[in-house]
Design a protein around this ligand. Structure first.
Ligand code: HEC
Length: 194
């Protein structure tokens, strides 16, 4: 029974796609596609979930609550846990290596690492918008190197005491008054529109 049900589910999207492609022309096919915003929102949902789980269950638990092992940007030398931001970047680099059509990064107007400053006008506008409008996302378009992109910027929020403590105490931080719940930066997701 169970197997039969699973088969039905996996076949349904194919039916929908082939119906759209068969009779109804391009317009119908386009209607069945997902919008760049839905795609970006879905990608971000996965990124945000992984990032929060890693920070709460690994960093906050093992470093701050149980004091078993520290997190350090020099994790190899220090035999420490990889920082949440490094975990995120290694994932983004792997996605880029695999040649995915989209790209993503974690940036901030108050970065510990200057490399994480916004570079494009849309990134700057997006980070400012999410800092000024807590709980809202920013959606824009930009032209980079001859390609038009849909660019979404999502708030990266201090979800655990470990986020706040480490950033406020970091020698390179330009800001040391972060509190739980503050927007500390943003995740930029970029999808080409061509
Ligand atoms: C143990 C220290 C530590 C913890 C815990 C930590 N961070 Fe960071 N964070 C850093 C360091 C160091 C960087 C720069 C890393 C890099 O780019 O190599 C960074 C990078 C970032 C960035 C990119 C901008 C910047 O500051 O360079 C954001 C945004 C950020 N962290 C937010 C958070 C949030 C939100 C949490 C909790 C979910 C968190 N951090 C937890 C140390 C920490």
């Amino acid at each position: 029974m169970k197997i039969a049900k699973m088969k039905m589910v996996s076949v349904l999207p194919l039916v929908a796609v082939s119906m759209a492609l068969a009779g109804c022309g391009e317009e119908k096919a386009a209607q069945t596609g997902i919008s760049p915003q839905v795609m970006a929102d879905s990608l971000f949902a996965v990124m945000e979930a992984d990032r929060t789980v890693y920070t709460r269950l690994i960093i906050n638990r093992l470093q701050n609550d149980e004091k078993l092992i520290k997190a350090s940007e020099h994790w190899q030398d220090d035999k420490a846990l990889v920082l949440p931001a490094q975990m995120f970047r290694y994932g983004a680099e792997r996605v880029a290596e695999k040649g995915a059509i989209f790209s993503y990064s974690l940036l901030s107007l108050w970065p510990v690492n200057k490399q994480n400053n916004p570079k494009t006008e849309t990134e700057k506008a997006g980070l400012q918008f999410i800092a000024d409008n807590p709980g809202k996302n920013y959606y824009g378009e930009e032209q980079l190197g001859g390609t038009r992109y849909f660019t979404a910027v999502y708030p990266d929020v201090a979800v655990a005491p470990a986020c706040v403590k480490c950033h406020n105490d970091h020698p390179d931080t330009p800001r040391s008054d972060f509190k739980i719940g503050d927007v500390m930066g943003g995740v930029v997701v970029r999808i080409p529109l061509t």
